[in-house]
Design a protein around this ligand. Structure first.
Ligand code: UDP
Ligand code: MN
Length: 390
């Protein structure tokens, strides 16, 4: 595997460099991989013997939006879903092209999908760039299955990934579930397991992986059990389709990228649902060191975070301003509809959420020293892993 990364001559060096500058990961290696490659089954051993009768599980629509994704990474994502999801459960994969400009994502992609997966894969194209958030809403509205699964366009789902997620939704349709998001190395494309962590957030409203709180850890018989999580990383989760609608989807006025993970997390907990990380479900994601969509001065992100803070966080919105002074004075539009939704769903206060669901969260302006054994180098929507210290 590692020898695929070897650059033999100056032509290859140019291909490597250009690929990296386009995608911030090693497209040179990505292109060389078999789209059906085997990845290590990194599940806890107890997961492997668990039986989930397929007839008891709901069907799924997998929604993947993409913008100028590397063709090989997108195809590998789709292949992994087709290869590792029981066909009775997989109603369709909806992929939404968010107005990409790369040539291979135009005609060639459509033809490739038609030949390979006629009918199972539906390709929608936005006539203008609408962003990740609106694209996902569009995808969800086209879905015909009972459960929605959102994935990024550079993922690889692992063996038995879907059954344990669906099993939790069957038990309680208001449970929103996320897999463990394993690491696909941006340089080598090597798939590696990551430790079982839960979702938290920084007061600047960026997602953070946290260790399992001691109190919760003590209640778990082993690390294959689903674990309640205060937030979900934005990219990868499953939710009952009707429940997603009841929750008002994503706030449609959130623009492009960012903040939607916090919106759905707060909303689910505050309005009577719950979020769980399901360690028996593993999905690889290419974590990039550079986040093309994540700029702390991006006006859309700032606006999105303020919409979330003002709609869901009550008096704690001040913490967000304190943690991110550049939000001061930023216009965030009308949130009346979202506040009406919150009232209609009779949602709890943010202080209830903190006390009941996330008591570990403390007011902290610099989170960097909070957990000495966990260093987050670059904070992203999904979070970035660093190998050191786990
Ligand atoms: N994306 C999109 N339109 C955008 C921005 C992002 O369709 O305007 C897609 C992107 O191709 C990816 C997903 O949304 O499949 C999530 O974005 P990204 O991977 O950049 O988020 P991260 O993993 O860095 O948090
Ligand atoms: Mn991603």
């Amino acid at each position: 595997m590692y020898d695929l990364s070897v650059i033999a001559n100056s032509t290859e060096d140019q291909i490597y460099t250009e690929g990296f500058s386009r995608h911030y990961f090693n497209q040179f290696v990505s292109d060389k991989l078999d789209p059906n490659r085997t990845i290590p089954d990194v599940r806890h051993k107890l997961c492997k013997n668990r039986d989930y009768p397929v007839f008891k599980l709901p069907t799924v629509t997998v929604v993947i939006c993409f913008l100028n994704e590397a063709f090989s990474a997108l195809i590998r994502t789709i292949h992994s879903v087709i290869n590792r999801t029981p066909s009775e459960l997989l109603k369709e994969i909806i992929i939404i092209d968010d107005f990409s400009s790369f040539e291979d994502l135009k005609g060639h992609l459509g033809t490739h999908l038609k030949i390979k997966y006629y009918k199972k894969v539906i390709l929608l194209r936005n006539p203008v760039r609408k962003g990740l958030i609106m694209s996902r809403i569009i995808g969800s509205r086209h879905a015909t299955a009972e459960v929605l699964v959102f994935l990024d366009s550079h993922c690889e789902v692992n063996t038995g990934w879907i059954e344990p997620l669906l099993d939790r939704i069957v038990l309680n349709r208001k449970t929103v579930v996320a897999p463990i998001v394993d690491s696909v190395d941006a340089y080598t494309m090597v798939y590696d397991s990551v430790p079982v962590l839960v979702g938290g957030f920084k007061w600047n409203l960026f997602f953070r992986w946290d260790p399992i709180p001691v109190k919760i850890r003590k209640m778990l018989s082993d690390l294959s059990q689903p674990i309640k999580s205060p937030t979900i990383s934005g990219g990868l989760f499953a939710i009952d389709k009707e429940y997603f609608k009841e929750l008002g989807e994503y706030d449609p006025k959130l623009k492009i990228w960012g903040g939607e993970n916090m919106e759905i997390s707060f909303k689910v907990w505050q309005c009577g649902g719950k979020i769980e990380i399901v360690p028996c479900s593993r999905v690889g994601h290419i974590y990039r060191q550079v986040q093309p969509n994540n700029d702390k001065n991006d006006v859309n992100i700032k606006r999105n975070l303020l919409r979330v803070a003002h709609t869901w966080m009550d008096e704690y919105q001040q913490y967000v301003y304190d943690a991110r002074p550049n939000l001061e004075g930023v216009e965030y539009g009308d949130i009346t509809e979202r506040v009406t939704l919150r009232n209609r769903l009779r949602c709890q206060s943010f202080s209830w959420y903190l006390k009941t669901i996330f008591p570990e969260q403390v007011r902290q302006f610099s989170d960097s020293h909070r957990f000495v054994h966990f260093t987050d180098i670059v904070q992203t929507r999904i979070g970035t892993y660093c190998s050191e210290g786990f």
